[in-house]
Design a protein around this ligand. Structure first.
Ligand code: B12
Ligand code: SF4
Length: 467
């Protein structure tokens, strides 16, 4: 059987928001995972529109498309084209799960929820000539999952080809998160076995890994087993975790000993009222400053995530948040405009209150305002969002953030990481256009390796006590 697996790009690569480096970071891991269930004599072709031009003039037996909200329009276009040519089209992923009826109009089979149970079932049905129009995941387990078909990934086109996921979902329930809608009807947080996760890590070449799990620390027993097992493997890795897990005694130390060097942390807002409004209770009453100090003391850089536009946010929120993040020495920040994804509690609340402005999914990209904010005009929210990026990544702010570090090495690492990510866009573009992004991987590893903050011998960039 000939099977084509496609990840369409958000709108098209002509979008004004298309930032080549951001979209050349990670390969389509979900699709490579699905390909693991194919038979040895199946011919699979995996294409990712973020990094290559799609070839759509072939006639495979089956086309599989992963649909995110911002790529839905493009995904449907491609699906319609293949269906018109008589090819069976399967659509799955987050957006299909949120809006199955919308997706069903463009597919022969749709898939709701994670693929590990329904995809092998579909393959059996398809091979026997009886594919169903709709498959809904209910059995949630990663035990016995086949090996991810990384041989289908064009590694040289990505800065971080070693992305890895060893769990699904998250133990928390934030109102704005995709998670509850996607995992409805079954477990919404589960992990691989530690042994299977370690075996997958051992198969990955090179040194650097990026765990894309929503919350790698979400199950303490699993996380401890994983980190203990990774100790001595010589890996350098990045991941995502919560403030709560950073503050948990002992766990972070194990992660660092296993090679953790940078953590994406969902601070989201500095306002307790906002946290309450969004049901993000795990952040309530947590000392953000203490979590940051703990990470920095252990030599872990921080990518802080912040959301603007919650009901408690007024026009002062942007500068306040940026100033705080810079003062705390957070190395990189990701800002988002609050976005009610269909199927989430937030979406239901906004829809019931008549606050949604439109259903143009292309614009549900966390950079554009799609609802009526409580205290801000939509234009002011968008302008504030862009200003936050400009201010946080100004040379002055990068230097100020670096100067909070207790030694020269940590300050330089901060400077190199933040500036490298946001200040050399034209260079990134050239490197990506000339397909040389893989040559920058050693540079990333070098910066991540860095040196821990605690080094006693370091040169102070700033008087002691200024942190
Ligand atoms: C890595 C990542 C990215 C990467 C790369 C994505 C990639 N190559 O796949 C980059 C940085 C490019 C990115 C960009 C964006 N992202 Co993003 N990203 C993620 C992240 C952290 C991990 C994705 C992942 O690899 N998951 C692990 C794999 C195993 O799971 P999976 O891909 O979902 O696949 C499984 C199922 O979905 C299912 N499945 C998927 N497709 C199909 C098809 C069939 C036929 C079947 C049977 C099953 C199936 O089976 C797979 C195995 O279970 C997720 C968070 C998350 N937990 O998913 C956010 C997430 C997907 N991103 C999101 C968003 C909003 C964006 C951006 C708009 C952000 C922005 N402002 O730029 C852009 C736009 C992307 C686009 N093209 O439209 C949202 C999506 C919301 C939505 N409803 O679609 C998420 C959920 C983050 C969040 N919590 O809000 N992202
Ligand atoms: S902690 Fe993060 S991943 Fe978990 S539900 Fe909240 S936003 Fe989603």
């Amino acid at each position: 059987m000939k099977i084509k697996l496609l990840l369409p790009a958000l709108t098209e690569a002509t979008s004004p928001f298309f930032r080549p480096i951001k979209y050349s970071l990670f390969p389509p891991l979900g699709l490579a995972m699905l390909a693991g269930y194919l038979a040895p004599d199946d011919e699979a072709d995996l294409q990712d529109e973020h990094v290559e031009k799609l070839r759509l003039d072939d006639r495979p037996d089956l086309v599989v498309i992963q649909v995110y909200i911002t790529s839905a329009r493009r995904a449907y276009e491609i699906a319609d084209r293949y269906r018109a040519a008589g090819v069976h089209v399967a659509l799955g992923g987050l957006h299909v799960t949120s809006l199955p009826d919308e997706a069903a109009a463009h597919a022969d089979s749709i898939f709701l929820g994670p693929g590990e149970d329904i995809w092998p079932q579909f393959l059996k049905d398809f091979r026997s000539g009886r594919p169903k129009p709709r498959y809904v995941s209910t059995v949630r387990s990663l035990v016995g999952m086949p090996v991810v078909r990384r041989d289908l990934i064009k590694r040289h086109l990505y800065l971080v080809p070693n992305s890895i996921v060893v769990s699904r979902g998250c133990p928390h329930t934030c109102d704005f998160c995709y998670k509850e809608a996607f995992f409805e009807g079954g477990r919404s947080f589960y992990t691989q076995t530690v042994d299977a996760a370690l075996a997958e890590i051992a198969r990955l070449p090179g040194r650097h890994l990026y765990f894309l799990d929503d919350h790698l620390f979400g199950n303490r027993r699993f996380a401890e087993g994983l980190f203990d097992g990774m100790k001595g493997m010589g890996r350098l890795w990045q991941a995502a975790g919560t403030v709560q897990s950073v503050l948990a005694p002992g766990l972070l130390e194990k992660a660092v000993a296993a090679g953790l060097r940078s953590l994406f942390v969902g601070f989201e807002t500095l306002s307790p009222a906002n946290l309450r409004e969004q049901g993000k209770s795990q952040n309530l009453g947590r000392d953000y400053g203490a979590a940051i100090r703990r990470l920095h003391d252990l030599g872990v850089m921080i990518n802080g995530s912040f959301v603007f536009g919650m009901d408690g946010d007024d026009a002062t929120v942007f500068d306040r948040t940026v100033d705080w993040a810079v003062e705390q020495g957070i190395e990189t920040a990701t800002f988002h405009i609050l976005t009610p994804y269909p199927g989430t509690a937030l979406y239901k609340r906004m829809a019931a209150a008549g606050r949604l402005l439109h259903s143009d999914w292309d614009r549900y990209d966390t950079r554009q305002v799609v609802f009526r904010p409580a205290q801000l005009a939509p234009e002011a929210l968008e302008a504030g969002y862009w200003r936050a990026y400009d201010r946080f990544y100004s040379w002055r702010a990068i230097a100020r953030g670096a100067a909070t570090k207790r030694n020269l090495a940590a300050g330089l690492r901060h400077f190199a990481y933040a500036a490298g990510w946001k200040k050399f866009e034209p260079l990134w573009d050239v490197v990506i256009r000339t397909r040389r992004v893989m040559h920058l991987r050693p540079v990333l590893e070098r910066v991540l390796a860095g040196l821990p903050e605690k080094r006693e011998t370091g040169t102070a960039l700033q008087p002691a006590g200024a942190v």
